[in-house]
Design a protein. Structure first.
Lengths: 407, 64
């Protein structure tokens, strides 16, 4: 794995690397340190990238679509060029004015009332997974690998009308695109790419329309014209990639928290009605997603002089732990009442799937606690957090107590 | 006390209508719709503050 041979980071303020294993292990400490002394870190890696850490700066950049383009949202060595305002995965990679229309196509399918109809299927998925995982008593199960990661894969497969068995391939693409960006591009057969997969799904749906999001997009129009093949492929790819390891990270991090904080576990068991409030605190404290922008012009942020075409990471996780924006920002408060967190971003690119993500996170924790009221880390040293722009536990072995298993 | 909701700032986070469904609803795209006008009855004030304090876009303010 290429992450092991990355150059060591000597100073996070001047040479940070969000794809380095050290960042995976201790990102919250890195943000706290940088917010105090920096607060906009820089690195020459990836051709020049900035990391603002204050809530104020992160929010300002997210709202400033004039100086910051979404043409590239994943920092890697292959910076997109000439793709604005559509980008390769509309609408997340789109800029105004194209962005608004492309986004409006998706919003009705992801509005709360439309998402509510997926609750039962999500519950069923969680129960099936728990049935598979909880065989026997006093077992050690991997809450990330055997539970969390499968939930969003199965839900989005259903929404897109593709077989859930394809989920293993989704995870390979996600790893390649998000966690180790650019890795292995040279050695890839075209038949193994996401692009090839999506092209085939679209071709099939043109002949055999179904009641799913692919057929919906093939029927949709912008300015009286059908969407281009590239637009449909980019959007389907986005729906497939964006909702999976983000949600799985949030579920895994929440279960990590509950495994290591018995008092919060007991509180949720005693007061299940608290779960929706607790979910928002899980989202604030363990925000999985950092997005990126490309500076459209030279621009100053928080005292840093950002050059045109530099990468800028939007660390929503760091913003959510800024003491200037949150009381007791460094404390997880399960019943936090005032929680203006930005885990789903802010501004025109607010995560379009946020209602689905909340549903999956809420149901995943609820169903887990019903079946596994007590659990603890089997081996704290065995927990592995991801690298890159999506943060969550990738390996999370927990010991499930005998009393907890109904299986 | 009354609620001021700025639709132009709303990005559809949905916190207000989740926390204060008696005051806000969502439209078909997930943007908030304010359900009340004028002075709030006292028993709605706590919910209004909750909605305002949880909006990531500062789209909701309370006028005393």
């Amino acid at each position: 794995m290429s992450t092991t041979d990355k150059a060591p980071v000597t100073d996070w303020a001047t040479d940070f690397d969000h794809t380095h294993p050290d960042y995976a292990a201790s990102a919250p400490e890195v943000w706290d340190d940088l917010r105090e002394r920096c607060p906009v870190a820089h690195s020459d890696r990836f051709g020049g990238v900035w990391l603002p850490t204050r809530h104020e700066d992160v929010v300002a950049i997210a709202h400033d679509t004039e100086h910051f383009s979404s043409e590239g949202v994943i920092v890697n060595d292959y910076k997109p060029v000439g793709l604005a305002p559509v980008g390769y995965a509309a609408p997340i990679t789109s800029d105004p004015p194209f962005h608004a229309d492309a986004r409006r196509l998706l919003l009705p399918a992801f509005a709360p009332k439309a998402i509510a109809r997926w609750e039962e299927a999500t519950r069923q998925t969680c129960r099936e997974l728990l049935d598979e995982v909880l065989v026997g008593h006093d077992a050690v199960v991997d809450a990330a690998r055997d539970y969390a990661q499968h939930i969003p894969v199965r839900v989005i497969a259903e929404m897109l009308g593709v077989p859930r068995e394809d989920g293993d391939r989704f995870r390979v693409w996600i790893h390649r695109i998000l966690e180790n960006p650019g890795e292995g591009f040279e050695t890839l057969e075209y038949e193994d790419t996401l692009d090839y997969y999506l092209t085939n799904v679209i071709a099939d749906r043109r002949v055999h329309p179904q009641d799913d999001l692919v057929s919906y997009l093939l029927d949709a129009e912008m300015d009286g014209e059908p969407l281009t093949e590239d637009h449909v492929r980019g959007t389907i790819g986005l729906l497939l990639i964006a909702g999976i390891d983000t949600t799985w990270s949030a579920i895994g991090a929440s279960l990590w928290h509950l495994a290591t904080n018995p008092a919060d576990r007991a509180r949720l068991r005693a007061e299940p009605e608290l779960l929706p409030i607790a979910v928002e605190e899980f989202l604030r404290f363990y925000s999985p997603v950092t997005m990126a922008r490309i500076a459209a012009t030279d621009v100053e942020v928080g005292g840093a002089h950002i050059a045109e075409r530099d990468w800028v990471l939007l660390s929503f996780p760091s913003a959510n732990r800024d003491p200037e924006a949150f009381e007791d920002a460094d404390r997880f408060i399960i019943d936090r009442e005032r929680n203006r967190h930005v885990a789903f971003g802010v501004g025109i690119h607010r995560c379009a799937g946020s209602n689905l993500a909340r549903l999956e996170l809420t149901v995943a924790i609820d169903e887990w606690l019903k079946r596994v009221p007590d659990f603890e880390l089997a081996d704290p040293a065995a927990v592995v957090w991801s690298t890159g722009q999506v943060r969550g536990p990738r390996e999370l072995p927990v010991r499930v107590s005998a009393a907890g298993g109904e299986a | 006390m009354r609620i001021v909701y700025e639709r132009s700032r709303c990005q559809g986070h949905g916190r207000c209508y989740a926390l204060a469904p008696e005051l806000f609803d969502s439209d078909d795209e997930g943007y908030a719709v304010l359900l009340v006008t004028g002075a709030l009855p006292a028993e709605r004030e706590a919910a209004a503050r909750l909605a305002a304090d949880n909006c990531p876009e500062f789209a909701i303010t309370i006028e005393e």
